[in-house]
Write a protein that binds this ligand. Structure first.
Ligand code: NDP
Length: 484
């Protein structure tokens, strides 16, 4: 089995010991990666600090050209990398290719930002004075990524961080280091200079925590669990921190909705990526009048979904990421049954190898049950009934998260009421809770964190706005005082 290395200051670096990355469909190890530690984070921070003056002074259009080259290489490598995503992370091949496509789109989008990186010009309250803002890099930034989008999420962070002129320490999830390694290789091939991107693998308890606490690191961007996000907030000191922490995303189905559309959207949102998206649909809030018909269609279709390895063409639903995720999903099914919810389908893992779990639907869920409030991150859907739109929106808002949401309705008024009142960063109308596009902002409210990634707002996480006043009056002018 191949053993890979970390990449620090332009050199490939090994470690004393290694860990395995596993194919979740077969439970077999596919590659070995160094168990990095604090010493490697120190080395990476030093290299990133040394590279910062050169990179931050490289003209942004030139930085953008390197990102464009990375997009071009990714496009050539898409099929191979897609298969790797399907193997190491487990999602089915069309979704795995979509993961790589999202990385391509992201690099292309932020390549273009190299020729924009807009600030503002504005007026002054004084004569002969000019005011404007520009973007400056944050400095050395730590990027800590999860496994569920093993190429797309690193791209979401790497591309804006680099175009803004930051240097980077990238720590991937220990479940998907091979996809991350491939991304680093693409960036090297595209021409990123030594020290600008440093890649350190190893456990959260050493590498992750050292990045969070490191005094030379000015900024952090994290996607993962709420618990880790809270820990980072407490331990990052005064760093600029971006957090994207998941959701408990609802689809409201009104009695005037097109049920065929709603069924397609719910199945895609709940069981796509085996429910392991931060935007996954985990709650359906269904009008009592249509709930029986909706449930009957959902259960019939959920039972038809074929479980199998991500790389296999006939698979509709791949495995969960690891044994812990499989056990956690099983535990939540037990919690749901004990709380009095009605299990309609699924509820267990199939026989055989792999971290698979059957698509699971619960009816008779009430908003206060744990399966209606907590992020399971598996293929488990909770269905809750309602009678009025106000009640449905109150249920949608009754959780601590606020990432994505959706309403299926034929009534424009209901759609706009939902847009206004649902507490979430994203609301879809007549479409599922998943399907972000890279040129629009992505992020949440409440317990999801308040950061926006992607789109033009994605630059804010990786740049500081600097305000410039240019006084050409030739005398001392005092704001707020020389007002007459
Ligand atoms: P974690 O939040 O534990 O891990 C995500 C990333 O953070 C990984 O790279 C991990 O490293 C790293 N990390 C963990 N703890 C620390 C720390 N204290 N300091 C610095 N870095 C840290 O998520 P898991 O992968 O364990 O998944 C658990 C749950 O999190 C899921 O079931 C789901 O509910 C949620 N989640 C949400 C995601 C989202 O998209 N918002 C994505 C993934 C998970 P390492 O891999 O080495 O442990």
């Amino acid at each position: 089995m191949a053993a890979y290395k970390m990449y620090i200051g332009g050199e490939w670096v090994g470690a004393d010991s290694y860990f395995d990355t596993i194919d979740p469909a077969t439970e077999k190890a596919i590659a070995r990666f160094p168990l990095g530690d604090r010493k490697h984070v120190d080395m990476a921070a030093g290299a990133a600090k040394d590279a910062l003056p050169g990179w931050s002074r490289t003209p942004p259009p030139k930085r953008g050209l390197i990102l464009q080259k990375a997009a071009d290489i990714l496009r050539i490598e898409k099929e191979r990398l897609g298969r790797l995503v399907a193997t190491e992370m487990g999602k089915v091949l069309p979704e795995a290719l979509g993961d790589v496509q999202e990385a391509i789109d992201t690099f292309e989008y932020f390549a273009g930002e190299g020729r924009r990186l807009y600030g503002h010009t504005t007026t002054s309250e004084l004569k002969d004075k000019f005011c404007m803002t520009i973007r400056r890099p944050v400095g050395v930034v730590g990027l800590i990524t999860p496994w569920n989008f093993p190429t797309a999420i690193p791209a979401w962070k790497l591309a804006p961080a680099l175009v803004c002129g930051n240097t980077v320490i990238f720590k991937p999830s220990s479940d998907t280091p091979l996809c991350a390694y491939e991304m680093v290789k693409v960036l090297i091939k595209a021409g990123v200079p030594p020290g600008v991107v440093n890649f350190v693998t190893g456990p959260a308890s050493s590498v992750g925590e050292a990045i969070v606490k490191h005094p030379e690191i000015e900024g952090l961007s994290f996607t993962g669990s709420k618990a880790t996000g809270e820990w980072i907030t407490k331990n990052a000191g005064l760093k600029k921190v971006g957090l994207e922490l998941g959701g408990k995303n609802p689809i409201i189905v009104m009695d005037d909705a097109r049920l065929d559309l709603a069924v397609d959207g719910i199945l895609w949102g709940a069981f796509g990526t085996t429910g392991q998206r931060c935007t996954a649909t985990s709650r359906v809030i269904a009008h009592q009048k249509i709930k029986p018909r909706l449930l009957s269609a959902l259960v019939t279709r959920a039972r038809m979904l074929r479980l199998g390895p991500g790389v296999q063409k006939t698979s509709d639903v791949g495995p969960l990421i690891n044994k812990a995720a499989q056990e956690k999903t099983g535990k939540y099914v037990g919690i749901g049954i004990n709380e009095g919810a009605k299990l309609l389908c699924g509820g267990n893992k199939p026989a055989g190898r792999g971290f698979f779990f059957k698509p699971t639907i619960f009816d008779d869920v009430s908003p206060d049950m744990r399966i209606a409030r907590e992020e399971i991150f598996g293929p488990v859907l909770s269905v809750i009934g309602f009678d009025t739109l106000d009640e449905a929106i109150d249920i949608a808002n009754s959780v601590e998260y606020g990432l994505s949401s959706s309403i299926y309705t034929g009534d424009i008024g209901s759609a706009f009421r939902a847009i206004e009142r649902i507490e979430s960063g994203i609301t879809y109308i007549n479409s599922s809770t998943i399907g972000a596009e890279v040129h629009l902002p992505f992020g949440g409210v409440k317990g999801t964190g308040h950061t926006r990634e992607a789109g033009i707002h994605g630059l804010d996480e990786f740049s500081n706005i600097k305000t410039i006043y240019i006084d050409y009056s030739g005398k001392l002018q005092k704001a707020q005082i020389d007002v007459d």
